[in-house]
Structures are given as structure tokens and as C-alpha cells.
Design a protein around this ligand. Structure first.
Ligand code: HEM
Length: 563
């Protein structure tokens, strides 16, 4: 008996227990077919609105049919619930059995719940908000290749780094990047999954961070760092290095990213947008494990109200700058470079107003959080290892005996500054665990293991960068491994990717390093650093959160002017 005749039997008053059972059975079979023929074969993120509309349409049609056939409202609701329930049971039963017993990743070890749904990864990410620790536990239990989602493998092998992220890798950005939009033309470059369009757009960003552009940023970053030094000199007692690193990085991105003075360092207060960013990242850190859900949730009216101020702020900046853009002058900030491409209708231009606004938000988020956590982590190590800090001061003093001698060119020549930055980024990368890619149709080979095509893959960054199989004295802070002990410690053969690699790597890398060089060299010239009384750094070191980027606890340090 087909579906419609089952319905009509109900309507004509001939319904019976057996007819209800047939409808239930039919709905369950339909659910199984829906999974096998549609849901399993498409990337749901791209069709969820259409599917939701289809399900709604089906529910309305069946409801109307029942009512037209004279079935009471009560019985109609009951039957719709049964049909929807059985359809869902069919869909989920098929999905779960397929994922457990027939999926192309079925042979990979991993926790049972993760094989069934990424919902459980979101739960792990929410638990203490330390997904990198959860991943480490899974690696210890299941090995180097762990199935961390129905179609996701986490890999802790050095050779996976090049295979997944390297310049010649065929892996693309995974569905993780559909969390704000599935449409390249409405999303930031970071969320763009179309390799060709991403490549074009990337040119505008790269122009904003080219050597000549960086030269215009350097003196302005120096002014902000000097403001920080002045503030540290004025502080009596302990200083929260986490907060002040954030103020500095945020001001740098305001100045160099948008051409705006955020005034966080000079006022010693948090700009309201900083809080909005933190809330935003916390939600992303957990919700991004189910990108489709995050995408849906963000469309609920009022759901994004908490960071509306930040969104409005960025949009206002974009519009104001666009109105005042003078194309005859050399662009003075990254947003001007992006706008220049738009106004000149360059192929690298952000395609729509929406994507441009998202790019402006990305500028602030990607540039400030990452640089701030890196600087704070390095300050932690310098306080913890006075011998390293002393050596840094000696190297700086040798080239620039007094603050008046400071120049960026001289700072660049001090290799030890860079060694410290690299070692900080190795032990505590700003992005701890989530750099998701999807394998090409033919799959990829990682050592002895073939990873099938269309599989989401990632290498947890902090874990691979501190893996004792690839790094000597892996857990120790040894800046010299990037300097005079490079050969002895085999650094060049070890996996290191704090800014990622290849086509999707960080365009702001040079600027981030420039900021760090200026800040560290100036601090070394002016202060001695130590933990404040009562601060051991233990909690700061061990309890960082993982919310897309690292989220740090306060770190109380003492900056004592040098004699
Ligand atoms: C220490 C500081 C920084 C670190 C460790 C860092 C790290 C990274 C990493 C690992 C990625 C790849 C993300 C992914 O594939 O999902 C990335 C991308 C990106 N970063 Fe950075 N970053 C830093 C600073 C900056 C700065 C200062 C900017 C300036 C605005 C910036 C802008 C971006 C952008 C726009 C992307 C997306 C690139 C693309 O998708 O093509 N980053 N960064």
C-alpha cells in the first residue's frame, strides 16, 4: 500500500491500528531512503535551508490533506507526530548504522560516540573548553590516527603536515569553514572554501602585508609599544600581562588594520569590542564542531545581539573609510588595501558589502587575539626562565646600548629575539587544535596509512609541535633550538606550523612577528621581568582555554625598570 492510499484510508474513516502501523513503517522507510539517497551524498551545510523548507512543506501538505479528509485536529497532530517521529527514527537508524559499519572510515579507531556524530566533539570542546586536551587524551588512547568525527580523522604524524597543509597539498578547507556562510561571496576570506576565488582574493590581503606596506606600519607599532612601556613604568606593583598584551595587539590592529586609534593602551581599559570578540570566540570554539548548527543558530533573530556592537563598529569603519579613500595616496592600513581593490574593481576585491564587512571583522579578530596570546605566553616564559631573559637583554644591549639607539633594522638583526618568538609559538601556538581540511577525491597517503577522499582531516598543532618523537627536549623552553643548537637538535626536520603553511597560511605573519620583535626588544631594554608575589604562572601555563584561538588566564608580572 502506498503512502497516499494509507493517508486516504485514514481520511475515509477506515483507519485502524494496522493502517497507523503501515504509515509509521512507511515513514521510517522514507527516512532510511532519505539518508541513503540524499543526506549521505551531499554536504548538508549547503542544503540545510532547502531541506528544512522541504520538510516544512511536506508537514503542511500532509496536515492539510488530513484536515481536508475530515480527520480531527487532535488526530491530525498525533499522526503528524508519529510520521515525523518514525521518519526521524528511520533517518537516524540508517545514519548511525552506516557510520558505524559501512562508512569508508569504519576501520579507523576512535570513540564510538565520535563515529556517530560530531555533537560529541562539541560536548568534548565544551567540557572545560580545552579541546586540545581532549584530543591529546584520544591520541594517547587510540594512536596517531583517530576518528574524531563521522568523517573526520585527527592525525599526529610529521608527514601529515606537508600532506595536508603544504604548498602542494590538494586538501581544501573543510566544512568547518561554513559556520558563518556557505556562500563565498558573503563570507570573509578565512571562511572562503572556493580555492580559485580564495586565491584571487588573497592577493589584496598580501598587498596589505607586503614589505613596502609593512614599512609604513613599523613606526606606528613602535609608538604603541612605547605607550605600553610608559604604562608599565607608571604601574606600581603587578601588571596583568594577558590584559596588556591584548590592549597592545588590539591597538595595533586598530591602527594598522583599520587606521583607527582604539586607545586601549593609553587608557589601560578594554575596548567594548574586545569583550564582544571573546564572547564570539567562545561560541565559535564550541559551536563550530557542528558548523551547520552554528550557521542556523546565527540566523535566529537576536542570537548575535551580544556582538552587534562589534559588527556595527566594523561596518561603520568600512563605510567611513570607503567614503574618504584617496586612491592617489599610498594606502596606510590593511582595510584601505582591501577597499582599494573594491573601488578599482580588481579581481582580488572582496565580492560584496557583506564579505567586506566580514573581512574587516576578521582583520581585528585574526590579528589581535593571536598576537596577544603569543606575546603573553612569551612574557610568561621570560619570567619563568630569567637566564633566557638575561641573554635576551645582553643581545639587545650589544646592538642597541640605550633605548635611544633602538631601530627596527637593528632589532631584526638580533637572531635571539626571533628564536624566542619561534620557541614561544612552538610550545604555545595561538591556534591549538583546529585547522580543518578535506582530502581530495583520491585521498592522501600519510606514511603507511591511506586516508580516503572527502575526509575531514587535521593535525593538532600544539601536539605535533611538542611531540617527543620529532622534537628533542620537546616540552622544554629552549630558544636556542632555532638558533645555535639548530643542527644538533634537528630543528629543520621537525614539524612547525604556527602560522599554518601553503595557500591558506597566515597573511599577517610578518606583521605579527614585527610587533613581537618591537615589543620584546623594547621591554628587554627597559625592564627586568619577574612573577608578581603570589603568581607562579602554573595556572596560566596549564589552564589555557581552546576557543578557536587560545584563551588565556590573567598573568601577574612585575616589570621593574632596569638600573
Ligand atoms: C602570532 C600571531 C598570529 C598567528 C599565530 C596566526 C596564525 C594563523 C593561522 C594558523 C592561520 C590559518 C587559519 C586557518 O587555516 O583556519 C591564520 C590565518 C589568517 N591570519 Fe593569522 N596569525 C597571527 C596573526 C595575524 C595577524 C596580525 C593578522 C592580520 C590581520 C592575521 C590575519 C590572518 C588572516 C586574514 C587569515 C586567513 C587567511 C586565509 O584564509 O587565507 N593573522 N593565521
Amino acid at each position: 500500500m502506498d503512502y497516499l492510499s494509507t493517508l486516504s484510508l485514514y481520511g475515509s474513516g477506515l483507519s485502524s491500528q494496522s493502517h497507523a502501523s503501515q504509515a509509521a513503517l512507511f515513514s521510517a522507510v522514507l527516512g532510511i531512503l532519505f539518508h541513503l539517497t540524499i543526506a549521505r551524498r551531499i554536504e548538508m551545510e549547503y542544503y540545510m535551508y532547502q531541506l528544512l523548507a522541504l520538510l516544512l512543506f511536506a508537514a503542511i501538505t500532509v496536515t492539510s490533506a488530513y484536515l481536508l479528509m475530515g480527520v480531527s485536529v487532535f488526530h491530525t497532530i498525533a499522526r503528524i507526530c508519529i510520521i515525523a517521529g518514525c521518519f526521524s527514527v528511520g533517518t537516524f537508524a540508517s545514519m548511525i548504522s552506516y557510520r558505524l559499519f559501512f562508512h569508508r572510515l569504519r576501520k579507523f579507531p576512535g570513540p564510538l560516540d565520535s563515529k556517530v556524530s560530531r555533537f560529541f566533539s562539541a560536548l568534548r570542546a565544551a567540557k572545560e573548553v580545552k579541546y586540545y586536551k581532549e584530543i591529546a587524551k584520544l591520541n594517547e588512547q587510540y594512536g596517531d590516527f583517530v576518528r574524531t568525527g563521522p568523517r573526520e580523522i585527527c592525525i599526529v604524524r610529521a608527514s601529515a603536515v606537508q600532506a595536508i597543509y603544504g604548498p602542494t597539498s590538494k586538501c581544501r578547507k573543510s566544512t568547518w569553514y561554513t559556520q558563518s556562510s556557505t556562500d563565498h561571496d558573503r563570507a570573509s576570506i578565512h571562511m572562503s572554501r572556493d580555492p580559485e576565488k580564495h586565491k584571487q582574493r588573497r592577493k589584496a590581503w598580501d598587498r596589505g602585508f607586503a614589505v613596502k606596506a609593512l614599512r609604513t606600519y613599523e613606526p606606528r607599532i613602535k609608538v604603541l609599544v612605547d605607550q605600553l612601556i610608559t604604562q608599565f613604568s607608571k604601574q606600581k606593583g603587578a601588571v596583568d600581562a594577558t590584559a596588556w598584551s591584548m590592549y597592545l595587539s588590539f591597538d595595533v590592529m586598530g591602527e594598522v588594520g583599520l587606521g583607527q586609534d582604539f586607545g586601549s593602551v593609553s587608557s589601560g581599559t578594554e575596548h567594548s569590542a574586545i569583550k564582544a570578540i571573546h564572547d564570539h570566540l567562545l561560541i565559535l570554539g564550541i559551536g563550530s564542531h557542528m558548523p551547520w548548527l552554528l550557521n542556523l543558530a546565527s540566523r535566529i533573530p537576536g542570537a548575535t545581539a551580544g556582538y552587534a556592537e562589534f559588527f556595527n563598529y566594523c561596518e561603520t569603519q568600512v563605510n567611513a573609510k570607503k567614503r574618504n579613500l584617496d586612491l592617489s595616496k599610498y594606502p596606510q592600513d590593511v582595510l584601505s588595501w582591501l577597499l582599494k581593490a573594491v573601488v578599482e574593481k580588481d579581481i582580488s576585491a572582496s565580492p560584496t558589502a557583506e564579505s567586506l564587512n566580514d573581512d574587516a571583522r576578521l582583520l581585528i579578530i585574526a590579528g589581535s587575539e593571536t598576537s596577544a596570546t603569543t606575546l603573553a605566553q612569551i612574557l610568561f616564559y621570560l619570567a619563568k626562565f630569567p637566564a633566557v631573559f638575561k641573554k635576551l637583554q645582553e643581545r639587545v644591549d650589544a646592538v642597541m646600548p640605550s633605548p635611544a639607539d633602538w631601530t627596527y633594522e637593528k632589532t631584526k638583526s638580533i637572531a635571539y629575539v626571533d628564536n624566542i618568538i619561534d620557541e614561544g609559538l612552538r610550545l604555545k601556538p595561538a591556534i591549538l587544535s583546529n585547522l580543518y581540511r578535506v582530502t581530495p577525491p583520491q585521498g592522501i597517503q600519510v606514511d603507511e596509512q591511506h586516508i580516503p577522499g572527502d575526509t575531514n582531516v587535521f593535525v593538532p598543532m600544539q601536539r605535533i609541535q611538542t611531540d617527543p618523537r620529532y622534537w628533542k627536549e620537546a616540552a622544554e623552553f629552549v630558544p636556542e633550538r632555532f638558533g645555535e643548537r639548530r643542527v644538533e637538535m634537528g630543528t629543520d626536520d621537525s614539524p612547525f606550523m604556527p602560522f599554518s603553511l601553503g595557500v591558506y597560511s597566515c597573511p599577517g605573519k610578518s606583521m605579527a612577528i614585527m610587533t613581537m620583535r618591537i615589543a620584546l626588544s623594547r621591554i628587554a631594554q627597559e625592564f627586568d621581568i619577574s612573577f608578581a608575589p603570589g603568581e607562579t604562572g602554573e595556572k596560566f601555563d596549564k589552564e589555557a582555554g581552546d576557543v578557536v584561538t587560545t584563551s588565556l588566564l590573567p598573568l601577574m608580572l612585575q616589570f621593574t625598570p632596569r638600573k
